[in-house]
Design a protein around this ligand. Structure first.
Ligand SMILES: NC(=O)c1ccc[n+]([C@@H]2O[C@H](COP(=O)([O-])OP(=O)(O)OC[C@H]3O[C@@H](n4cnc5c(N)ncnc54)[C@H](O)[C@@H]3O)[C@@H](O)[C@H]2O)c1
Length: 339
């Protein structure tokens, strides 16, 4: 299949590109390479790369494309809150425009990387795809707008499919250390301390990055009638944050490293919800399998454990990278106005 992956140089995107290539697909990546192009280097000569902003989408990029996996955009709450207008342009408007281009050009399927954070704001509970959501915050509001826009564009010829991805964990060549399991592992390695805000009793749905890639593949290939204009939750299991801290500290204890768990005050914004993955299992016959424990083992094998100061680099922490790049741009502008 000829597949376009937007955001293909990102944390999930790189693993999706790998999975598509392994199954013999022809892959084009559209990405502005905000975090650099290094994660795609291993695919050199095997993919086509369009280095561009999804906000400038050109319908000609869809010629011959049979399926799109759309992952480009701002990918968490802090970056969306930091620059709400960029977030709206990328996550809401550009997604709507991309889907309209697919519908117009006869691309039969678009799989959208939406987010479980859409369930945030209803309060603690177990949610499925029929739950009436009340998203709060710039990020989840833009994801909800995009979901609705996609569903409105569904037609005989065009099938949008929405994947509400839980918080992702695990190793990818483009690492993110701003996602709860990965953050805990980084903090445990760097500082030997994990903070449990409000005791860490909050529930979160989680899923390994390779399982998310597989969910996109399954959805791309599924019979039209099974997935046409459908929403699927994507997660392996619901975990309490406290449990995640124990899994990380216990895994490190097995390697001889002691990690202290410390109680900390509850933050102003608390995310606390669970979701069901039954629909994906029943309709697609696919259930994410890779547990947090297995994933931590994989991370410990692949991370540079001797020189792990590198793990604190802002490139792996989206909001830190965004604020750093913007302050560099501001200094350059100030410099240019003086000289
Ligand atoms: N990682 C998670 O836990 C998670 C959970 C739920 C949903 N999601 C969603 O999945 C998608 C991918 O997430 P990720 O973790 O891989 O994020 P990421 O930040 O690692 O990757 C995003 C990629 O998109 C590219 N990109 C960003 N804005 C772009 C633009 N305007 N034009 C072109 N390219 C652009 C970036 O360069 C990057 O390569 C996002 O839409 C995110 O909202 C992620």
């Amino acid at each position: 299949m000829k597949v376009l992956v937007t955001g293909g140089a990102g944390y999930i995107g790189v693993e999706l590109v790998r999975a598509l290539l392994e199954s013999g697909d022809d892959v084009t990546v559209l990405d502005r390479l905000y975090f650099g192009g290094q994660p795609l280097e291993e695919f050199a000569g095997r993919i086509r790369l369009i280095q561009a902003d999804v906000r400038d989408f050109d319908g000609a990029w869809l010629s011959d494309i049979e399926g799109v996996c759309h992952l480009a955009g701002l990918s968490n709450d802090p970056t969306a809150e930091y620059n709400p207008s960029a977030n709206w342009e990328m996550n809401a408007v550009a997604t709507q425009r991309l889907a309209a281009a697919c519908a117009e050009r006869g691309v039969p399927r678009l799989v959208f990387g939406s987010s479980a954070s859409i369930y945030d704001g209803i309060g603690p509970g177990m949610y499925d795809e029929t739950t009436e959501v009340r998203p709060r915050g710039a990020y989840s509001l833009s994801k909800k707008f995009a979901e609705d826009a996609l569903l409105e564009l569904a037609s005989e010829e065009f099938s949008p499919v929405i994947l509400r991805q839980g918080t992702v964990y695990g190793y990818s060549p483009r690492m993110r250390f701003d996602l709860v399991v990965n953050t805990f592992l980084k903090d445990a390695l760097l500082y030997r301390k994990l903070f449990l805000h409000g005791g860490g009793w909050q529930w979160r749905p989680l899923v390994d990055v390779r399982d998310v890639a597989r969910a996109h593949m399954e959805t791309l290939r599924a019979p039209r009638d099974a997935v046409h204009a459908q929403i699927f939750n994507v997660m392996q299991e619901n975990y309490q944050v406290r449990q995640l801290a124990m899994l990380v500290s216990g895994s490190l204890a097995l390697t001889g490293r002691h990690v202290e768990l410390v109680d900390a005050p509850l933050p102003a914004l608390v995310r606390d919800y669970r979701m069901s993955n039954v629909k994906m299992t029943q309709v697609l016959g696919f259930t994410p399998q890779i547990t947090v424990l297995e994933s931590i083992e994989g991370l410990l094998r692949r991370l540079p454990l001797d020189g792990y100061a590198e793990l604190a680099h802002p490139r792996y922490y989206n909001i830190a990278w965004m604020t750093l790049l913007e302050s560099v741009q501001e200094s350059q502008r100030a410099f240019a106005s003086i000289y």
